[in-house]
Design a protein around this ligand. Structure first.
Ligand SMILES: Nc1ncnc2c1ncn2[C@@H]1O[C@H](COP(=O)(O)OP(=O)(O)OP(=O)(O)O)[C@@H](O)[C@H]1O
Length: 239
């Protein structure tokens, strides 16, 4: 049973007063629990469009997209939102923390939507998650008092506090220096290992891609497997 599967997926948009534009073409991808997948591609290759499909934010124009072996188009949009909220964690380059809310409040936020969790339970889960990302001593700090790396750790704790089975990381270290970026990637990897989640990292950085086990490149909307992150980058996908 696969967690997420794309079969011959196409995504076409029709911009106003312009011909149809096929952004993704014949994409095949299988994501299983515990997978570590990287996707590299240059600007405009279709990475965000693919991420939106993997995150059940958009639907394919044609082809099959399944989550837990169930075609996503058979879900109602409310069911899709529920699956996304409970099972998919997004890590972005921008931290998007709520200013004026403590680290703990930011991390507890997604738990508000999870039913049946008392205030104390939410607080405990958020505090445990902040401990796990090494910020047990900064729970009451406001985001503007934290460094970039610390803010990204809070954002990661918030993304992962509901225990998603799929983690989608989109240029997760783009705003961080090399060392901080590397420790943030290690952290995401450690959480994924502990929970058994699959991790899909979309990046243009071959060093970040090299941390994955399975490597893909996206070139003008076509996804192909590469033997290594270096080969994915060398084959012209990344400038
Ligand atoms: N709704 C849309 N209407 C028209 N063109 C679009 C639309 N969405 C994406 N595109 C175009 O499709 C191509 C792929 O876009 P996408 O944002 O997926 O690329 P990307 O690889 O994420 O780029 P970047 O790394 O620069 O963010 C781009 O040329 C973009 O301009």
């Amino acid at each position: 049973m696969s967690l997420l599967e794309l079969r011959d997926v196409t995504r076409t948009v029709i911009p106003p007063d312009q011909p149809a534009l096929t952004i993704l073409n014949g994409v095949d991808l299988t994501v299983e629990s515990g997978d570590r997948i990287s996707i590299v591609g240059r600007s405009g290759s279709g990475k965000s469009t693919l991420l939106n499909l993997l995150g059940l934010l958009d639907m394919p124009t044609s082809g099959l997209l399944t989550f837990d072996d169930r075609p996503v188009k058979s879900y109602s949009s409310a069911a899709r939102d529920r699956v996304r909220g409970a099972q998919i964690g997004f890590v972005f380059q921008q931290f998007n923390l709520l200013p004026g809310r403590t680290a703990l409040e930011n991390v507890a936020m997604p738990l508000l939507y999870a039913e049946g969790r008392s205030f104390w339970r939410r607080k405990k889960l958020a505090a445990d998650m902040l401990e796990e990302v090494g910020l047990g001593n900064r729970m009451e700090s406001m985001p503007d008092r934290l460094s970039g790396g610390e803010q990204q750790r809070v954002a990661i704790a918030r993304s992962l506090v509901r225990g998603p089975r799929l983690i989608l990381a989109d240029e997760p270290t783009g705003a961080l220096d090399l060392d901080t970026g590397s420790s943030v990637m290690q952290l995401i990897d450690d959480v994924a290992t502990r929970t058994g989640a699959a991790l899909v990292t979309i990046t243009h950085d071959p060093a970040i891609a090299a941390r994955a086990r399975d490597h893909f490149r996206l070139d003008r909307g076509v996804l192909t497997r590469a033997e290594s992150a270096e080969l994915a980058a060398e084959s012209g996908a990344v400038s």
